[in-house]
Write a protein that binds this ligand. Structure first.
Ligand SMILES: [Zn+2]
Ligand SMILES: [Zn+2]
Length: 161
């Protein structure tokens, strides 16, 4: 299937000339979206607000999506339900020269939200995500997908509760 790639780069350059406290909210929905280099998402719903602060821009975002992941038991790809809510402060490059943990607004005024969303969504994916609660995993002897049927190695199988 062809991957749908949308750019999540957004221009925030116009905020430079806005008064402190000015904000704009955005709502976007994507049935399917690929975020480079490796993230496949379905039903992505994005709500975010940029607010002009003294130092720069405050981004407040809420994400909800189904993210492609690999089942920890049967190693089959599936879509995990992921939600994320976060804030990120972007400082204007020329005003604060000292080292901070904050992101700096790029010179061209474009912020790539895809990079940011990917980071926050990956944090939310549990380490041992499974495709379904009763996933039977794979046979360690022959690799049989036990959700699809049994093999002859019933005794050497790892039993999941
Ligand atoms: Zn599984
Ligand atoms: Zn087997």
């Amino acid at each position: 299937m062809e991957k749908k790639i949308y750019s999540l780069r957004t221009n925030v350059g116009y905020f430079y000339n806005r008064p402190i406290g000015y904000s704009r909210s955005f709502h976007q929905e994507y049935d399917e979206i690929f975020i480079q280099p490796d993230l496949n998402l379905r039903d992505l719903i994005v709500d975010y607000t940029f607010s002009r602060t003294r130092e720069g821009l405050l981004l407040q975002a809420q994400l909800s999506t189904h993210m492609e992941a690999q089942c920890a038991r049967c190693l089959t790809p599936f879509y995990a339900n992921i939600k994320s809510e976060f804030e990120e402060l972007y400082t204007f490059p020329e005003r604060f020269q000292q080292e901070t943990d904050d992101e700096t607004i790029p010179e061209d005024g474009y912020i790539d939200l895809g990079v940011l969303f990917r980071d926050y969504l990956l944090i939310e994916l549990p380490m041992n995500s499974v495709c379904k609660p009763d996933c039977k995993g794979i046979c360690i002897e022959c690799g049989q997908l036990l959700n699809e049927g049994d093999c002859e190695h019933t005794d050497s199988r790892i039993i999941f509760d």
